[in-house]
Design a binder for this molecule. Structure first.
Ligand SMILES: Cc1cc2nc3c(=O)[nH]c(=O)nc-3n(C[C@H](O)[C@H](O)[C@H](O)COP(=O)(O)O)c2cc1C
Length: 326
């Protein structure tokens, strides 16, 4: 599909459409990543999904069999029970000549020189303007700003994309990608109006034909509405937005009763989440889901989703909105 919307983000990332698929643990695997890149967006694989450097190398090789377009790798720096060997993952990213790295979770400064030495552009994804400014000052190339609506970790400030996006756009010099709450062309047009130069979507890409998750989970995403997410782990200052299944409600109630990480860990473990995603056992674990799930009503192929998102945004910007001018 020809390019309809051109921004600094499309130029810098060498993509046709200003749509990025955020790194998603277990979900952002080669099939989905390649489908997004083939559709003209930027697919980003979640490095921690593949266990270690060898696993990441294999996933990159597999993705390259599926696409010759650029794709990125996400490095999430979050507190984990088992420390991760980020150095060896970065060696793979550099050695493989990966053009874009999405960092998230914490300040990427300790790793930035090593990542950039390989020539990669760094998109830092964060949830607060002060973190965005810091990331710009240390040399990140693009800032993805994740609003309170987002799936996964929205931070502790609870500020929505409608506020964060224009603030980031006006206070930063580098381009901004709006993230959290975006699922269609209306969202893309709105993000551009707010000053962003692209959108990042997570939840919406989970419910696509190429997403490597169990069909029962995709179907559940179609059925869920925007009120069915819940914030957990605020008591640990590691807030996470997930689907409000029975397990999530149990974790919330344990937190209210003062449970600590030792009691919560067996319930919130990533292994349980993987069982939910891969076996379709909907109560086995926690599932990161954003409020944008309320906007999802089908399971399209990724290329169709990207195509209709940019077409709808273009139509809004070119025809419908100008028609409102008095
Ligand atoms: C299942 C799932 C897993 C995710 N895992 C990660 C992750 O490992 N690292 C990360 O930076 N973001 C992660 N995210 C967040 C997304 O990359 C993205 O920032 C977020 O989904 C945007 O909000 P949206 O869901 O409203 O589109 C995850 C999101 C989902 C839905």
């Amino acid at each position: 599909m020809t390019q309809l919307i051109r921004t600094r983000v499309t130029d810098m990332l060498k993509i046709d459409h200003p749509i990025v698929q955020g790194g998603m643990m277990w979900v952002a695997q080669p099939e989905l990543v390649a489908a997004v890149s083939n559709g003209g967006g930027l697919g980003i694989m979640a490095a921690l999904t593949f266990g270690d450097a060898k696993g990441l190398e294999k996933a990159i090789a597999r993705t390259r069999q599926l696409t010759d377009r650029p794709f990125g790798v996400n490095l999430t720096f979050l507190p984990t029970l088992i420390p991760k060997d980020y150095g060896s993952l970065i060696d793979v990213i550099v050695g493989e000549g990966i053009p874009v790295v999405e960092t998230a979770g914490q300040n990427p400064e300790p790793w930035l020189d090593r990542i950039k030495a390989g020539g990669a552009l760094v998109i830092h994804k964060c949830t607060a303007i002060r973190h965005a400014k810091k990331a710009e000052s240390i040399g990140c190339d693009i800032i993805s700003i994740d609003g309170f609506e987002c799936a996964g970790h929205p931070g502790e400030d609870d500020v929505t994309s409608l506020i964060l996006t224009p603030l980031a756009a006006s206070q930063l010099t580098v381009p901004v990608i709006a993230s959290g709450g975006f699922a269609d062309g209306r969202g893309l047009a709105a993000a551009l109006a707010l000053g962003a130069e692209g959108i990042n979507m997570g939840t919406r890409f989970m419910a696509t034909a190429e997403s490597p998750i169990h069909p029962a989970v995709k179907q559940k995403l179609v059925e869920m509405n925007e009120t069915e997410t819940i914030l957990l782990l605020r008591s640990l200052r590691n807030t996470e937005r997930v689907w409000r299944n029975t397990l999530a409600e149990r974790v919330a109630s344990m937190e209210r009763e003062g449970a600590g990480i030792e009691q919560l860990a067996p319930l919130i473990s990533g292994k349980n989440g993987l069982r939910l995603l891969s076996e379709g056992e909907l109560e086995a674990g926690l599932l990161p889901v954003g409020q944008s799930v309320g906007l999802i009503s089908d399971i399209p192929a990724v290329a169709e989703l990207i195509g209709r998102t940019v077409t709808q945004a273009h139509e809004l910007l070119a025809t419908r909105l100008p028609s409102l001018l008095a």
